[in-house]
Design a protein around this ligand. Structure first.
Ligand code: HEM
Length: 316
């Protein structure tokens, strides 16, 4: 083979391995850290048994990670002299939970397989295992993400949707991340678990008209018109600790907690999909699982980008 052919072949091999290493794979840890998935699953399951809401909090952590700089565990970084991180951004401050669970999983994995399992992958698997622990669908998590060395306070403030958003704003913010309106509705079904704070739904329960009046009254009991800002209400009034399709049935009876929730069923283009999910939980489960896989693929760091943090809170 001539020199020319050899170098062409080498270039081709580099290109292919480059492409492969830029992709995630569900078997990534099979040889690199065979106990990784079981370790995460055991820890998540026991945390959710201890406190069901933790499943919701862990699912939300992955979402808030992926929508800001991609799924790179940037959400877990504490502020440093070089950057203000995401933890204190408006959507996250005094709101995101589950950091301790992620940290203790990471500590275990650093003993079992030092320097191998990324914090970003832990978040992705913990989100899936949380949904399963609360009775929801499972999916195959793509793995091999690496962790960022920076985080962004500003992006966390601008790219995460607000509970005051109208339908057009929600559609735009999800389409900006590559999601269709159908995927927005499917992913919103995550609000079938977890809790929200009074100050974020006060205006809705006191002033809005597209809300069931007895539901509004019952939520008002724990969310006064002044004070009690951090008092909690379930996002799904029917089955708050079960990952099911009740979120959508609630929307049909105008029992969405946030303004943004009820926007999905308020006479607009997404009403029909809410109706479909409320009558067919299997379709919701399939669509949710597929949309979660897509969310997990948002701009992962692979190859030699980023690092595998040894402590999820700070860079190495
Ligand atoms: C569609 C736009 C969305 C908006 C406007 C939104 C907004 C919110 C807000 C304001 C809270 C309560 C925060 C607090 O009271 O401190 C919340 C909770 C939650 N969100 Fe979303 N969210 C959206 C989409 C999603 C998605 C796509 C997921 C996951 C796939 C998700 C998962 C959750 C979960 C599980 C909780 C409860 C967390 C807990 O109890 O700790 N949300 N969301």
């Amino acid at each position: 083979m001539g020199d020319m052919k050899v170098s062409l072949l080498l270039m081709l091999i580099c290109l292919i391995t480059g492409l492969v290493s830029a992709e995630l794979s569900s078997t990534y840890y099979l040889t690199k850290c065979p106990t990784a998935l079981l370790t995460i699953n055991t820890q998540v399951t026991s945390a959710v048994i201890q406190e069901p809401r933790m499943g919701a909090s862990l699912l939300r952590l992955h979402f808030h990670d992926c929508f800001v700089q991609g799924c790179d565990a940037s959400v877990l970084l504490d502020d440093t002299a070089n950057f203000t991180g995401e933890k204190n951004a408006f959507p996250n401050a005094n709101s995101l939970r589950g950091f301790d669970v992620i940290d203790s999983i990471k500590s275990l994995l650093e003993i079992l397989c030092p320097g191998v399992v990324s914090c970003a992958d832990i978040l992705a698997v913990a989100a899936r295992d949380s949904v399963v622990a609360l009775g929801g669908p499972s999916w195959s998590v793509q793995l091999g993400r690496r962790d960022s060395t920076t985080a962004s306070f500003n992006l966390a403030n601008s790219e995460l949707p607000a509970p005051t958003s109208d339908l057009t704003t929600l559609i735009t913010s999800f389409s900006y991340k590559g999601f269709t309106t159908q995927e927005l509705v499917a992913l919103s079904g995550a609000h079938t678990i977890g809790q929200g704070r009074c100050k974020l739904f006060r205006t809705r329960i006191y002033n809005e008209t597209n809300i069931d009046s007895s539901y509004a009254q019952s939520v008002q009991a724990n969310c006064p018109s002044t004070g009690g800002d951090d008092n909690l209400s379930p996002l799904d009034v029917t089955t708050p600790n079960t990952f099911d399709n009740a979120y959508f049935t609630n929307l049909q009876s105008y029992k969405g907690l946030f303004h943004s929730d009820q926007e999905l069923f308020n006479g607009g283009s997404t009403d029909s999909q809410v109706n479909a999910y409320s009558t067919n939980s299997a379709t919701f489960s399939t669509d949710f699982a597929n949309a979660m896989i897509k969310m997990g693929n948002l701009s992962p760091l692979t190859g030699s980008s980023g690092q595998i943090r040894t402590d999820c809170k700070k860079i190495n």
